[in-house]
Design a protein around this ligand. Structure first.
Ligand SMILES: Nc1nc2c(ncn2[C@@H]2O[C@H](COP(=O)(O)OP(=O)(O)OP(=O)(O)O)[C@@H](O)[C@H]2O)c(=O)[nH]1
Length: 430
């Protein structure tokens, strides 16, 4: 029998063992007439050798034989991993129940009593070949399924409806940083990073009955790694309700996406946020301030007499100067919500959220002083001996009216005034 036709018993190979050649002849004839291939042995020793070499599909074994008897032969067959799965049917003249039980105890699957009837022999052989063939097919399918699950590149889990983990494949085990002993009693949401953990805790509490996902979640990653996966959970109705959960690692994709986003929002020369990112932030913060009835402040800076700096020290020195100025402004913007962006050539903007005009003016002056403190010599400046900036500060409460353009225009006008008042100063818009 082969794997492609697991349930077929046609042409099965049967080993018959009997010390009486006459009995062997009769058995061989009747089994060959049924279409089986028949191997014959006249002793237990020969039977063990033939079984080991040819691995028959079934063995019909005489109990009473000189040398190694049938029971011992059967015991040895069952002790060998190669021959252990082969079903053994005893054939015997013994009718005592104790003898029969002894045969089953050493691993036989059935008994045929002598004198045997052709129909009975054929029926018992056929039944056990059939059972064995179903068993093989089942084992083959189970092994195949296990190999697929264990070797697939995705993480696969089975879960109870409340999210408790029932099983994991090796990839899922690795992704989740689980040891085999950790699985019992662990819920999937225990392994997710916030806020996904509480989201999924509630989702499981609602009793999931429809397919869910794929959804991006972050795992409570082992060794501080940042692991993101797409999770898909599908209810499966087999003997008992369960959920099949598929985890697809998207960490690499996520990292390159974040890197792209960083590059797309950063000014290449200075490392400050670029104009595009500034526009997004300002729009977002304007709306947030409108909702929360808070103030939004903006400081616009311009490097003083920068054309002269370039003209005297060269464009390369000019670039380096802009980098240092950006760093100085950045050092003055200390709250996590503060954003420093390069607005244009030698112009920078600082966004201060939830900040009134006085505080914004103070912060802008801190930033201006930080640039001055760089003490970068500026031979062509009319304002000071070193590089300085002028700043214009504007503050609005979006909930009280106005718009973003008003804020920008007011900051720009204030900056213009700072320039005309002699530079290296901050002017607050009226
Ligand atoms: N090195 C360098 N120079 C730049 C860059 N972007 C703009 N600039 C220069 O910055 C200078 C700005 O000059 P202006 O707008 O005349 O202003 P200013 O000389 O700073 O004069 P005030 O603003 O009135 O103090 C120009 O010469 C630009 O070429 C840059 O990325 N690198």
């Amino acid at each position: 029998m082969n794997n492609s036709d697991m349930t077929s018993i046609a042409g099965a190979r049967i080993l018959i063992v009997d010390d009486m050649p006459a009995n062997l002849g009769v058995l061989q004839q009747m089994l060959e007439a049924e279409g089986y291939q028949v191997l014959a042995a006249t002793s237990g020793e020969r039977a063990l050798a033939i079984a080991g070499q040819f691995l028959p599909d079934l063995i019909v074994l005489d109990v009473m034989m000189p040398g190694i008897g049938g029971l011992e032969t059967c015991r040895r067959l069952k002790a060998d991993v190669a021959t252990q799965p082969i079903p053994v049917i005893f054939i015997t003249a013994l009718t005592d129940t104790g003898d029969t039980v002894a045969g089953f105890d050493v691993g036989a699957v059935d008994y045929i009593h002598k004198p045997f009837q052709r129909a009975e022999v054929c029926a018992r052989v056929r039944t056990h070949l059939q059972m064995c063939s179903y068993m093989n097919a089942y084992r083959y399918e189970t092994d195949r399924l296990r190999a697929i699950i264990n070797n697939m590149g995705e993480g696969l889990l089975t879960l109870a409806p409340d999210g408790r983990i029932a099983s994991v494949n090796p990839v899922a085990q690795r992704m989740l940083g689980l040891q085999p002993g950790d699985i019992a009693g662990t819920h999937l949401f225990d392994l997710l990073a916030p806020p996904y953990d509480s989201h999924y805790r509630h989702w499981f509490q609602r009793g999931p009955d429809v397919c869910h996902g794929p959804h991006e979640v972050q795992l409570r990653a082992p060794q501080g790694l940042s692991v993101f996966v797409d999770v898909t959970i599908t209810p499966v109705y087999s003997a008992e309700p369960m959920l099949v959960c598929l985890l697809h690692d998207i960490s690499a994709h996520k990292r390159s996406q974040e890197e792209l986003l960083r590059v797309a929002s950063t000014d290449q020369l200075t490392g400050a946020a670029n104009r595009r990112h500034f526009d997004i932030v300002l729009q977002r913060e304007w709306q947030r301030a409108e909702r929360s009835h808070t103030m939004l402040s903006l400081a616009m800076f311009d490097v003083d007499c920068f054309k002269g700096y370039n003209d005297t020290l060269g464009h390369h020195a000019g670039d380096q100067c802009l980098q240092r100025v950006a760093q100085a402004l950045q050092s003055a913007a200390q709250r996590p919500t503060d954003v420093v962006a390069r607005y244009g050539g030698e112009e920078f903007v600082l966004v201060f959220v939830d900040t009134d005009e006085r505080t914004a003016e103070k912060l802008a002056n801190n930033a201006r002083r930080a640039v001055e403190a760089l003490a970068l010599p500026h031979p062509a400046s009319g304002a000071a001996a070193c590089v300085t900036v002028s700043g214009g500060v504007a503050t609005l409460a979006p909930a009280r009216g106005g718009n973003l353009q008003d804020l920008l225009r007011q900051a720009d006008i204030a900056l213009y005034r700072a320039k005309s008042l002699g530079r290296n100063r901050v002017v607050r818009a009226d």
